[in-house]
Ligand binder design. Structure first.
Ligand SMILES: NC(=O)c1ccc[n+]([C@@H]2O[C@H](COP(=O)([O-])OP(=O)(O)OC[C@H]3O[C@@H](n4cnc5c(N)ncnc54)[C@H](O)[C@@H]3O)[C@@H](O)[C@H]2O)c1
Ligand SMILES: O=c1ccn([C@@H]2O[C@H](COP(=O)(O)OP(=O)(O)O[C@H]3O[C@H](CO)[C@@H](O)[C@H](O)[C@H]3O)[C@@H](O)[C@H]2O)c(=O)[nH]1
Length: 431
C-alpha cells in the first residue's frame, strides 16, 4: 500500500516508520523544512527508544521517504493520515487550525484518479472528521474518498513498542469500503481491532486519556490523605491494584501528570462539555487536583525550611515530563523550577537528555554531570524517575550537600535506605 503521513511529530514518525516496517511505502510529510532536511540526513528530532534504527532500516530499503511537498506525496496514496498537532487554545479548546489547514491543502492537491482513505490520527474533538471531509470535498466534489478516525494511543518512551503491540486499535468509520481497507492495513499490528462509528472513535480517545488522568488524580488525592494520616500510598496502591477491576497500572502517586496529552485533552473535553452546556464536574476536579499536586513538593520544602526558600540552593533531578523521553511539554519540573525561582531560591538542574533544550529562567544553572546537582545544595528534588537517578550513590553524595534533604516527587527512591543513611526524606504519601 502507499501511505502518506502528514506531520512528523511523535505520532507521524512512529506510525510512519512502523507501517514502512510492515512493507508499505510511506511518505512522511512535514511543512517544517529543517525537520525534513534533518530526517533526510538521518537526524531524528525526538529521543525515542528504537526509532532511529527503525527509520534507518526503512529509509535504506526505500520503504520510508521524507518530503515537504504534500502534492508530490499524495499522487499514488491509498491512505493519508493526518497526524499534526492539536494544541490547546487559551480557553482550553483544541486548536484545529493545523488539521484544517491539511484538509484545505488536500482539497487543492488531490485528484479523482483513485479512491483514498483519509484518516484523522490527531486527537480531535467529536465532529472534526465531518468538517475535514467537507473541506476536502470543496475543490474535488467528484473525488472518491472517505474520512475516518483512527486515534493514536502510543505513550512516549515506549512509542515504538506500543505501536507494534497495541492493546487495541480503534477504527471509526461510516464506510464499509474504508473499514475493509483499514482493517486489512491494521490487522498485522493487532487482533484487537475495534470498529465503530466516527464520533465514538473520536470520543474513545478523549475518554481513555481522561480516565487515566482521573486515576492519577485519584491516587494522588489518596496519597495526600496518607500523608495526613500516616499511611503509606505505595502499600495502599499495591493492594488496590491486586483487584482486577482496579488494575495496578496508573496508580503511581507523585506530583501529578504532565506531557503533551493529558493536560490539553482534559481541557479540550471540558471545553466540549461546555459547548453543550454540560458541567463536567469530575473532569474539572481531576484538573484541580493535578494543578494543586505540584505544590506538594514546594510545601514539603516549606515544612523542612520553615517556610523560607529565599537564598536556599535546590538541586533538581529531571526536566522531562517522564523518563525515557526528551519531551518537557507541560513538565511539572518546569513549573517547580519557576516557582522556586519566584521564591528567590537558587536552582541547579540535571536531566540526561533534555539538557539545554528546555527554556528555563536565566538564573537556573544546567549541570553537565548528575553528581554536580548535589554540590552545596540545601535539598535535592527528584522530578523525573530516570533509572540513573534511582541508583545514585546517595550515601556518598550526601557529603556534598549543605543539608541532607531529599524530596521525592515520584516516590521512586527507597525511603528506608535514605533515612538509614541520615537523609531527611519526603515522598508523596509515603512513610
Ligand atoms: N505525542 C504523543 O505521544 C501523542 C500520542 C497520541 C496522540 N497524540 C496526538 O497526535 C497529534 C500529533 O501529536 P505529536 O506530538 O506527534 O505532534 P507534534 O506537535 O510533535 O508534531 C506535529 C508536526 O506536524 C507538523 N505540521 C503542522 N502542520 C502541518 C502541515 N500543514 N503540513 C505538514 N506538517 C504539518 C509540524 O511541523 C510538526 O512537526 C496530536 O493531536 C496529539 O494530541 C500524540
Ligand atoms: O501512575 C502514573 C502514570 C503516569 N503518571 C504521569 O502521567 C503523565 C503521562 O504519562 P503517560 O501516560 O505514561 O505518557 P504519555 O506519553 O503522555 O501518554 C498518554 O498520552 C498519550 C497522548 O494522547 C496517549 O496516546 C497515551 O495512551 C497516554 O498514556 C506523566 O507525567 C507521568 O509521570 C503518573 O503520575 N502516575
Amino acid at each position: 500500500m502507499n501511505i502518506v503521513i502528514v506531520g512528523t511529530g511523535y505520532v507521524g514518525l512512529v506510525s510512519g516508520s512502523c507501517f514502512a516496517d510492515k512493507g508499505h511505502h510511506v511518505y512522511c510529510v512535514d511543512n517544517n523544512q529543517s525537520k525534513i532536511k534533518d530526517l533526510k540526513n538521518g537526524i531524528i528530532p525526538i529521543y525515542e527508544k528504537g526509532l532511529k534504527s527503525l527509520i534507518d532500516r526503512n529509509t535504506a530499503n526505500g520503504h520510508l521517504e521524507f518530503t515537504t511537498s504534500l502534492k508530490d506525496a499524495v499522487g499514488e496514496a491509498d491512505f493519508i493520515f493526518i497526524a499534526v498537532g492539536t494544541p490547546e487554545m487559551t480557553n482550553g479548546e483544541a486548536n484545529l487550525e493545523y488539521v484544517y489547514h491539511v484538509a484545505d491543502e488536500l482539497s487543492e492537491v488531490l485528484d479523482d484518479t483513485r479512491y483514498r482513505v483519509i484518516v484523522d490520527k490527531s486527537t480531535v474533538p467529536i465532529g472534526t472528521a465531518y468538517e475535514v471531509r467537507k473541506r476536502i470535498a470543496r475543490n474535488i466534489p467528484t473525488a472518491a474518498f472517505d474520512v475516518c478516525s483512527v486515534p493514536e494511543f502510543l505513550k512516549e518512551g515506549s512509542a515504538v513498542h506500543d505501536t507494534l503491540h497495541p492493546d487495541r486499535i480503534v477504527i471509526g468509520t461510516d464506510s464499509e469500503k474504508a473499514q475493509k481497507r483499514l482493517v486489512e492495513l491494521h490487522r498485522p499490528f493487532s487482533n484487537q481491532l475495534f470498529v465503530t462509528d466516527i464520533r465514538s472513535a473520536e470520543m474513545i480517545k478523549y475518554a481513555s486519556n481522561c480516565f487515566l488522568a482521573t486515576k492519577i488524580s485519584f491516587i494522588n488525592e489518596i496519597a495526600n490523605l496518607c500523608d495526613a494520616y500516616g499511611a503509606d500510598i505505595k502499600e495502599v496502591a499495591a493492594a488496590m491494584g491486586l483487584d482486577k477491576r482496579i488494575s495496578p497500572h496508573f496508580l503511581n502517586a507523585g506530583l501529578g501528570y504532565g506531557g503533551s496529552c493529558f493536560p490539553k485533552d482534559i481541557k479540550a473535553l471540558i471545553n466540549m462539555a461546555d459547548q453543550v452546556d454540560y458541567d463536567a464536574t469530575l473532569l474539572k476536579a481531576v484538573q484541580q487536583v493535578n494543578t494543586k499536586q505540584k505544590y506538594r513538593v514546594i510545601s514539603h520544602l516549606h515544612n523542612v525550611f520553615d517556610h523560607e526558600l529565599a537564598g536556599k540552593k535546590i538541586g533538581i533531578l529531571g526536566l522531562a515530563f517522564k523518563p525515557n523521553t526528551d519531551d518537557f511539554r507541560e513538565s511539572p519540573s518546569l513549573f517547580i523550577i519557576h516557582e522556586l525561582v519566584k521564591q528567590a531560591a537558587t536552582v541547579v538542574v540535571y536531566d540526561p537528555v533534555v539538557g539545554h533544550k528546555a527554556r528555563l529562567p536565566d538564573k537556573v544553572e544546567i549541570m553537565e554531570e548528575v553528581t554536580s546537582v548535589f554540590d552545596h545544595v540545601d535539598a535535592v528534588v527528584l522530578m523525573t524517575e530516570w533509572p540513573e537517578f534511582i541508583h545514585l550513590p546517595y550515601e556518598s553524595l550526601k557529603h556534598k550537600m549543605r543539608t541532607p534533604v531529599v524530596i521525592d516527587g515520584r516516590n521512586a527512591l527507597d525511603p528506608v535506605e535514605l533515612k538509614n543513611n541520615g537523609f531527611i526524606y519526603h515522598g508523596i504519601g509515603v512513610r
